[in-house]
Design a protein around this ligand. Structure first.
Ligand code: HEC
Ligand code: HEC
Length: 327
């Protein structure tokens, strides 16, 4: 009768027997004390023994047995304890005949609540993310979900913080189309850059100035000129132009959207130490919630239109030809 999840982490069966034995001995001990107290009655006419000298004039402590009703209350408590230990877990690893566990109770409660809310969330799954983003009621729900599950990292205004990207702008690490945003949320993302690629601190400083120069920001031209060569170690990921690659999660390092900061010192730190950011996968929330969250985030202002699917650019009919009927 022991369900897998209800078995506590006893290292060996010894602890199971040890705790069960202590529990049973405890109950027997209570019964013995109760019984010994109940049976000690005063014979008619017998005076109770005085245990202590008299205090405060006339206050005496006698060894009278407890009143009957009080004793029965204790017996009832012992009976309650025994019934409880038969029904519920409490004796070592014995799960109780009802097989109740807090984990199970939580699971059932969660399933019940999920089923209730899914009735509300589910209909949006049938609509594409851009239409959901245009529905104020859906955005209201998305916002509440966002505040529950995401705000601790991305901020309640979704503008991010150091290490946590801003979700309201059009600069994306992993792409801003509806599908890309949804994939970021459902599957999570990891971005990792090894440190030390530009040699020592001085090398990092030179590349940093080249990065600033690429971005058209104030920089030291002499340092940037030396850094240009070392930038070869970076171009494979961030691109010759520094604009990165959304599909691979290599950030644009020539715009104004910084995950770790765009000051000279912050860029040097990124280069010297490397960076690693992780977005935890949210698929466990269920697709309906992820869909609403994706629509909410997409609709915050930075969402990009999905790339046009077929026909590819080369085969688009000439301007003169009438546009093909879509359906
Ligand atoms: C293997 C691929 C790779 C290489 C090589 C690489 N980076 Fe990165 N870089 C990344 C990734 C991925 C991130 C984002 C890390 C994250 O998501 O937390 C990043 C982040 C950064 C950042 C921080 C961006 C921000 O928004 O704060 C800077 C600056 C940077 N890289 C500069 C460089 C420079 C300069 C070089 C060459 C010395 C370089 N990177 C080499 C992959 C790379
Ligand atoms: C534990 C902190 C944490 C939580 C919670 C979290 N995120 Fe993230 N999220 C991150 C980090 C860090 C990144 C950037 C990953 C990287 O550095 O490569 C990220 C990236 C993203 C991206 C991709 C951004 C881009 O520029 O491409 C989206 C979209 C996103 N998160 C949405 C969400 C949503 C919606 C939730 C709530 C369901 C959420 N996040 C919860 C930390 C978090």
């Amino acid at each position: 009768m022991i369900a897998g999840y209800a078995v506590p982490d006893f290292i060996s069966d010894f602890w199971h027997y040890y705790i069960a034995a202590l529990t049973i001995l405890g109950i027997l001990f209570s019964l013995w004390i109760l019984y010994s107290q109940t049976t000690e009655k005063l014979a008619p006419g017998q005076q109770a023994e005085v245990l202590h000298p008299t205090w405060d004039g006339d206050l005496q402590e006698l060894n009278n047995p407890l009143p009957r009703w009080w004793m029965w209350l204790f017996y009832a408590l012992v009976a309650f304890g025994i019934i409880y230990l038969v029904l519920y877990p409490g004796m070592g690893k014995f799960a109780g005949v009802w097989n109740w566990s807090s984990a199970d109770a939580y699971k059932q409660e969660k399933e019940r609540v999920d089923a209730e809310f899914n009735k509300v969330f589910q209909p949006f799954l049938g609509q594409d993310i851009m239409s959901v983003a245009a529905d104020p009621k859906a955005q209201e729900m998305g916002k509440r979900l966002y505040l529950t599950y995401c705000s601790q990292c991305h901020g309640s205004d979704a503008q991010g913080a150091r290490g946590f990207p801003n979700l309201t702008d059009a600069q994306w690490l992993f792409g801003g189309t509806p599908d890309e945003v949804k994939a970021s949320i459902a599957d999570g993302r990891v971005g990792e850059m090894p440190g030390g690629l530009a040699g020592d601190e001085q090398g990092a400083k030179e590349v940093a100035h080249y990065v600033l120069a690429l971005g058209g920001k104030p920089h030291d031209a002499a340092l940037a000129a030396v850094g240009k060569e070392k930038y070869a170690a970076c171009a494979g990921c961030h691109g010759e132009d520094g604009k990165g690659n959304n599909a691979a999660g290599f950030p644009n390092i020539v715009d104004d959207a910084w995950q770790y900061g765009g000051s000279e010192a912050a860029i040097i730190e990124s280069i010297v130490k490397g960076r690693k950011g992780g977005m935890p996968a949210q698929a466990h929330l269920g697709e309906a919630k992820v869909h609403l969250l994706a629509a909410y985030v997409w609709g915050l202002g930075g969402g990009a239109k999905p790339a046009p699917v077929a026909p590819p650019a080369e085969t688009v009919p000439t301007e003169a030809a009438p546009a093909p009927a879509n359906q």
